[in-house]
Design a protein around this ligand. Structure first.
Ligand code: ZN
Ligand code: ZN
Length: 490
């Protein structure tokens, strides 16, 4: 049986304007109120509107002591529709207090143990050692894990800006599977505490924002399950176990300096190291991959790492058997241009990352460049310049089929096949002309347009571009079709 507020229930409604009350009721009825929970006279819930707002209401003796909401309207000191919506939800969950009191009687345990004897850079015991949950919550969370309902998609290391400066954080993207649908979960934590946990499981939408000095970690059962998974992950991989970011950079520079010195002092004859580009074409998406080696050339699986290793003069593994000590090799003359091109792009990406880190609160060390580098805009223009007049190996993918081929990079004049017909009606009255036809599908660089023929990758020269520009502007996806009316002709 639901226990409802009696006459008293009118009291809280008086605080609200009628329209606000109506909106609140609408929100409640349409299930905008999510994750209602209760502890020590305080109710918390999320209200999902155009944004997700956090509402907190303290009720004693059936009378609201205070109401808080994170929406702008409430920030100005008003009673808002989100509060009203939550009040309706509290009314309907009249039994909740009782139920929660029972829950509170249930024995609580700490699922994660603080341990000082094991060193781990990130440690769930350290960040959630104070967390207390009921034994049944643990059981439920473990069951979710056993049923493969909870998992981790990705763990990224990044930096979070606080008033104390930049601190290293781990960002975990997790999921929960509910009725075959995936719901996202996020957990961000630094070495000492959980910064943020979000759960988008329907009906839960639990948000937790950690604040310094708060030992009251408030999480849902899905997040508890995710924390168990994170604990396992950290124990297995111990990520982030480096001194710190700045020290990393110094260490890297130091090693690179040492090795370069070695390279210059090496007396033994060194083999030249070759790097060759492969032009990757998938529809109109262009990219570049690399092959490298001394005699046999291998596909470079991680271009960014390759450049870092070469700069540092360290060894690189190709496949499972070949190990090349890059300190002993110099890049061959003909490979220098492609190496410099790639190195420049990697530097660009790094400075973009640095910029992102400085401008955003959360910055993720992006996975960055791996096996392919996208070619677009200015990059495409520069790449063409490097290989103009040369034939470049290519992997071409179209309509799902891949093929190996080569393209000659050259300047070209695109072919237009235009058909011009007179628009004449039955009485032989001339109404105008109709033009239709095809133009090549152009790919845009920053400065130039490009197109493919059977065996060439062609750049449209500036003179040609000027001439064909009006036509190209009429073309839509390679097709031209327009009519010039009689009036226009005269
Ligand atoms: Zn509000
Ligand atoms: Zn949840």
């Amino acid at each position: 049986m639901k226990k409802r507020y009696t006459e008293k229930s009118m009291d809280w409604k008086r605080k609200f304007a009628r329209t606000i009350l109506e909106r609140g009721k609408y929100y409640y009825v349409h299930k905008y109120v999510q994750g209602l929970r209760y502890k020590d006279y305080i109710y918390k819930a999320q209200v999902i509107g155009s944004y997700i707002y956090q509402v907190e209401i303290k009720i004693r003796n059936q009378e609201p002591e205070y109401m808080m909401c994170s929406c702008p309207h409430a920030q100005k000191g008003n009673y808002c529709k989100h509060m009203a919506a939550v009040m309706y939800a509290i009314e309907d969950a009249g039994g909740m207090e009782q139920q929660m009191k029972l829950n509170m009687l249930e024995k609580k345990v700490k699922p994660f143990e603080k341990r000082d004897d094991v060193y781990r850079y990130f440690d769930v015991g350290r960040i959630a050692g104070d967390l207390e949950v009921t034994e049944s919550a643990i059981e439920e969370a473990k069951k979710m894990i056993d049923n493969l309902q909870v998992g981790i998609d990705e763990v990224k290391m990044g930096y979070s800006r606080t008033y104390q400066g930049s601190i290293k954080v781990a960002v975990v993207q997790g999921y929960f599977i509910e009725n075959k649908a995936r719901r996202n979960m996020t957990c961000v934590f630094d070495r000492n505490s959980i910064n943020r946990m979000e759960c988008s499981v329907l009906g839960c939408y639990h948000y937790y924002y950690g604040s310094y000095g708060s030992d009251n970690i408030d999480i849902c059962k899905h997040q508890l399950a995710l924390l168990f998974m994170i604990d396992e992950y950290l124990k297995k991989y111990n990520p982030g176990d480096t001194t710190d970011h700045v020290a990393d950079v110094f260490l890297h520079r130091f090693r690179s300096h040492q090795n370069r010195k070695n390279r210059e002092n090496t007396i033994e004859t060194v083999n030249d190291f070759h790097i060759e580009p492969t032009f990757e074409k998938a529809g109109n998406e262009l990219a570049l991959s690399l092959k490298a080696g001394t005699e046999k050339l291998y596909v470079v699986k991680n271009i960014k790492e390759f450049v870092q290793l070469y700069e540092a003069g360290e060894s690189i593994a190709f496949g499972s058997k070949t190990q090349v000590n890059l300190a002993k090799h110099r890049i061959s003359c003909e490979s220098e241009k492609i190496y410099d091109f790639v190195k420049k792009i990697i530097k660009e990406e790094e400075s973009r990352e640095r910029h992102a880190r400085e401008s955003y609160r959360y910055y993720y060390e992006s996975e960055g460049i791996k096996q392919k580098i996208s070619l677009y805009g200015k990059r495409l223009d520069v790449f063409f310049d490097l290989y103009e007049g040369c034939t470049v190996a290519a992997n071409s993918k179209s309509r799902g089929k891949s093929s190996k081929t080569t393209y000659l990079f050259k300047e070209g004049k695109p072919n237009f096949s235009l058909k011009i017909t007179k628009d004449v009606d039955e009485e032989q009255i001339f109404h105008g002309i109709h033009v239709s036809g095809k133009v090549p599908d152009f790919i845009l660089g920053e400065q130039y347009r490009y197109y493919f023929t059977q065996d060439a990758f062609c750049r449209v020269g500036e003179e040609t571009a000027k001439k064909i520009l009006p036509l190209m502007e009429l073309a839509e996806y390679g097709d031209i079709s327009f009519t010039v009316g009689r009036k226009n002709c005269m």
